[in-house]
Design a protein around this ligand. Structure first.
Ligand code: 4LM
Length: 402
């Protein structure tokens, strides 16, 4: 933080990485819409290219508006440095393509967002990189699976879509002991709820499209790690391999979103906690998956590494798949849409949507049931969300009671 020093999350979310006095007092960071940056002389340009002088070259590599966001997300995740990317998938692909080479192995959890799963199994594997899925809910499985070729351990917690939790401290400890880079996708929790770097992770990736942006109006990704790793992801991953840089407009919107992140996450979690507790007792609901549900077999782990239960709930209805579809189609306030973390409550069917990249047999093997419903609890009044869900559940009366 320039001249405002604080370790408090919400203060950093508003001020870190920006000094208005260096920008004519403008409280909001200027938008630098410039593809390229002029050098005073050829030597200065050459020095920047050689990494011997600070300064921007070209906006695929760095840009002043993006630099502010990079400093801010690093401050929020307690990391040394940050990097902006075009999307969450750009963050994931830039990181993994930098860290892995032909012949290497990456260990990944069983449950991952559908496009991450597709990139690993259909993309990375084309380049001679072995992708091994391990049930990381038990750290012994991770230790046993490590081979001399393992270079990266990658997981999400809570995992999309079934809310499995992975013990970040335990798994990252095993990774560190074996000199393997650990990468955690923190999209579901955000640094308000969990800070993986504090728990020993080397790299954190985000889909900023979700809670960090928070308003459903952008696609973006962020990475945090050590300065050394971030410079590799910038110059090898984004610059040379993916080209997937963020637009300054997007950075500006994410900077705006971050200012209210803590407030929003608290309200998302308050609403979700209430809805999860209510769904749990509903006669038509067979099972719910929510980290702070006291019946959840991973409740102790959730309390250990999460400040709140988060805004995401997964559940299955009595009657299964058909009843689930009928229920979702009856909703009026809650929107049928993929993505998550918006102000609006969103509901979707992972098996036919976000996780349709898995085959039916793979979904069964990876613990993603056909009847699973995923709800991103929004910022509307909790009673209105509950009433809409109740109304849609009521339409199932004849089927489930029969
Ligand atoms: C969705 N998710 O689930 P971009 N990591 C996680 C995610 O959930 C996602 C990404 C990365 C959904 C999108 C349609 C845990 C995305 C990828 O969409 O590339 O910003 O993030 O509904």
């Amino acid at each position: 933080m320039a001249n405002i020093q604080s370790n408090k999350f919400c203060t950093k979310a508003i001020h870190a990485g920006y000094d208005s006095q260096l920008h004519e007092g403008a409280l909001n960071p200027p938008l630098h819409l410039s593809s390229t940056f002029a050098f005073e002389d050829i030597k200065q340009g050459a020095d920047r290219f050689a990494g011997n002088a600070e300064g921007h070259i070209y906006s695929r590599i760095s840009n002043p508006t993006l630099s502010i966001l990079e400093k801010r997300i690093a401050a929020l995740e307690n990391a040394e440095a940050g990097l902006c990317t075009a999307s969450g998938m750009a963050a994931i692909t830039s990181v993994l393509l930098t860290l892995l080479s032909h012949g290497d192995e990456v260990l990944v959890d069983k449950t991952l967002y559908g496009c991450t799963y597709a990139f690993l199994n259909h993309g990375l594997s084309k380049f001679g990189i072995t992708v091994t899925h391990v049930d990381m809910t038990n750290v012994d499985n991770v230790a046993e699976a490590i081979s001399s070729r393992t270079k990266v351990i990658y997981f999400e917690t809570p995992a999309n879509p079934n809310m499995r939790l992975i013990d970040i401290a335990e798994v990252c400890h095993v990774a560190n002991q074996n000199e393997i880079v650990s990468v955690v996708d923190n999209t579901y929790s955000t640094p308000v709820i969990t800070r993986p770097i504090d728990l020993g992770a080397d790299v954190v990736v985000h889909s900023a499209t979700k809670y960090l942006g928070g308003h459903g109006d952008l696609i973006g990704g962020l990475v945090v790690a050590s300065t050394e790793l971030i410079e590799r992801f910038r110059f090898e991953g984004v610059k040379d391999m993916t080209g997937a840089c963020m637009s300054p407009f997007t950075a500006m919107l994410i900077l705006r979103g971050l200012k209210t992140l803590e407030l929003r996450m608290q309200r998302h979690a308050l609403n979700a906690d209430y809805i999860a507790g209510w769904l749990n007792k509903h006669a038509f609901v067979k099972k719910i998956y929510y980290p702070f549900d006291t019946d959840n077999c991973q409740f102790a782990l959730a309390k250990k590494q999460m400040h709140y239960g988060g805004g995401m709930i997964a559940f299955e209805l009595e009657g299964g798949f058909q009843q689930g579809l009928q229920f979702m189609d009856a909703l009026q306030l809650v929107q049928r849409a993929v993505s998550l973390g918006d102000a609006e409550s969103l509901i979707q069917h992972p098996a036919s949507m976000t996780h349709s990249t898995y085959s039916e047999e793979e979904r069964a093997r990876h613990g993603i049931s056909n009847s699973l419903i995923r709800l991103s609890v929004g910022l509307e009044d909790k009673d209105d969300i509950q009433n809409d869900l109740q109304y849609a559940l009521d339409t199932l009366k004849n089927f489930i009671a029969a």
